[in-house]
Design a binder for this molecule. Structure first.
Ligand SMILES: *[C@@H]1O[C@H](CO)[C@@H](O)[C@H](O)[C@H]1NC(C)=O
Ligand SMILES: *[C@@H]1O[C@H](CO)[C@@H](O)[C@H](O)[C@H]1NC(C)=O
Ligand SMILES: *[C@@H]1O[C@H](CO)[C@@H](O)[C@H](O)[C@H]1NC(C)=O
Length: 456
């Protein structure tokens, strides 16, 4: 860029005679142009129509300045009065990854393009529902941890902060008070989603919690970590010798988890996944047919811009990171701990959706199926014996739905770990039909009538 401008300058000098003032004026103009275009990426732009309905900070307790960053997008075409329109809350995984990845790369109304612009997402989850992204735990994304010691180290602290933030968010607008709330999230949010759901129900709070949804989640690690070798073997990615080797490393993670040797157990799991990556040579375990990793670093580039931070009302002194190592470290001892008992509680009190992308080898179909089988719940036998139905969207096969009463499981074809990024329109159909209990996601006529009364 700079070299090109210098050439233009010398050409101008040799062919045109200017008065000294005019030359000075052009020089200044050129200098301004050069400095504005000297960064390696184009300056991201933030079209007005892409701005969230509101965004900013929600405090996590009165005694500190720590706060959770949020972006909220109201429903684009609500089919009910806003005061009754469902409100989805999205939590990213990690631990320590920002929900802005979900927002700008997966399910938000605008996604970052390769040229660092925003383009509308046809599969956005806010077509008919309100959609709230929270950067949690504090220290993640644009959230502020005023002191590192305040960063949660376990699910109860995470839930406590989230509860305070959601309470404050609902207080912003009296119309939010009666809206049905659905807590959703992905990956490590397989821990957060049950934890905040459980916390809300135990507090007997006035939140109108209507369901929880987990995509490609880590929920009951001790059983999930035991599945990788067989999964990869039957998909055809490793041979029997490699399967045996991988099983040994997995067993170590299981042994240490059972001992409650938490940080050693996490490392053993990391080793198992690292070994699988080495054996297979895959670009990412998140999606075994991809030739390169997900390009979510586009979001990081986009959110580094001062102009974008300003537009979002984010603290401009924060350098955005997709995932915070500090938060990851704080939550390390939590990683192999199970929240299965919380899901067992939630499935009795509210509705639970578990959905996985077909190509995810980390927290995918096989990993979730394995822990769900071990659930202690009256309905588990009926659920396991329920038919797995073929699910179609716009006449084409989209995946499979298995359901018994409050528990629904969906396998989404052609998707990996960042499922709404891979199958945006189908993921939208899934969440809408599950929330509204339509078609395969309903319980027959009786339930459907019930839902119509609630939402129309
Ligand atoms: C945890 O596991 C490591 C490695 O096996 C061992 O050295 C350490 O003593 C264990 N700690 C506890 C508290 O069991
Ligand atoms: C994977 O391969 C890299 C490079 O050879 C090596 O450094 C690393 O230790 C391997 N990881 C595991 C878990 O075997
Ligand atoms: C902005 O972030 C910085 C760095 O985390 C923090 O020290 C500061 O208190 C934050 N400002 C506000 C207004 O929250």
């Amino acid at each position: 860029m700079q070299g090109h401008s210098i050439v233009r300058l010398s050409k101008m000098e040799s062919t045109v005679i200017y008065s000294s003032f005019t030359v000075l004026f052009f020089l200044l103009l050129l200098l301004t142009t050069v400095s504005a275009s000297s960064s390696s990426h184009p300056t991201p732009s933030f079209p007005k129509q892409a701005l969230p309905t509101k965004s900013g900070y929600l405090s996590v307790n009165h005694a500190s300045k720590s706060a959770i960053f949020y972006t909220f997008y109201e429903a684009q075409n609500p089919t009910s009065p806003l005061s009754q329109t469902p409100l989805l809350i999205w939590l990213q995984g990690g631990p320590g990854c920002s929900s802005m990845i979900g927002n700008f790369f997966e399910l938000g109304p605008w996604r970052v393009t390769k040229s660092l612009n925003l383009a509308p997402n046809p599969g956005s989850w806010n077509r008919i529902f309100g959609l709230l992204f929270l950067d949690s735990p504090i220290g993640t994304g644009f959230s502020v941890a005023s002191n590192p010691s305040e960063i949660p180290r376990n699910q109860k602290s995470v839930a406590k902060h989230l509860f305070a933030a959601i309470t404050e968010f609902i207080r912003l607008d009296p119309d939010f008070k009666f809206r049905p709330i659905y807590i959703t999230g992905e990956s490590y949010a397989g821990k957060y989603v049950p934890a905040i759901g459980y916390y809300i129900l135990h507090r007997n709070s006035r939140f109108n919690l209507a369901g929880v949804a987990i995509g490609d989640g880590l929920t009951h690690p001790v059983v999930q970590v035991a599945t990788h070798a067989l999964n990869a073997y039957y998909v055809g990615l490793i041979n029997e010798k490699q399967k045996n080797e991988l099983e040994e490393v997995q067993s170590e993670a299981i042994r240490l988890t059972k001992l409650g040797n938490w940080s050693e157990a996490v490392e053993a799991r990391t080793n198992a996944l690292g070994l699988l990556r080495n054996m297979t040579g895959l670009a990412t375990l998140y999606h075994y047919t991809r030739k390169s990793p997900y390009e979510d670093d586009l979001v990081t580039e986009f959110l580094k811009s001062k102009e974008v931070k300003k537009a979002l009302g984010a603290n401009e002194s924060i350098v955005f990171e997709a995932c915070s190592d500090t938060v990851g470290e704080a939550m390390k001892e939590d990683k192999m701990k199970s929240v299965k008992h919380m899901v067992e509680y939630l499935v009795k009190k509210t509705r639970v959706l578990l959905y996985q992308g077909q190509f995810d080898l980390q927290d995918g179909v096989v990993q979730v199926e394995a822990w769900v089988r071990t659930m202690k719940w009256d309905g588990i036998e009926k659920y396991l014996n329920a038919d797995r139905k073929i699910w179609k969207v716009n006449g084409e096969i989209a995946g499979y739905v298995q359901k018994w009463e409050s528990l629904t499981n969906v396998v989404v074809l052609g998707a990996g770990h960042l499922l709404p990024s891979d199958q945006s329109v189908n993921s939208q159909a899934m969440i809408e039909n599950w929330v509204l209990q339509k078609d395969l996601f309903g319980n027959g006529d009786y339930q459907q009538k019930d839902v119509l009364q609630r939402f129309i």
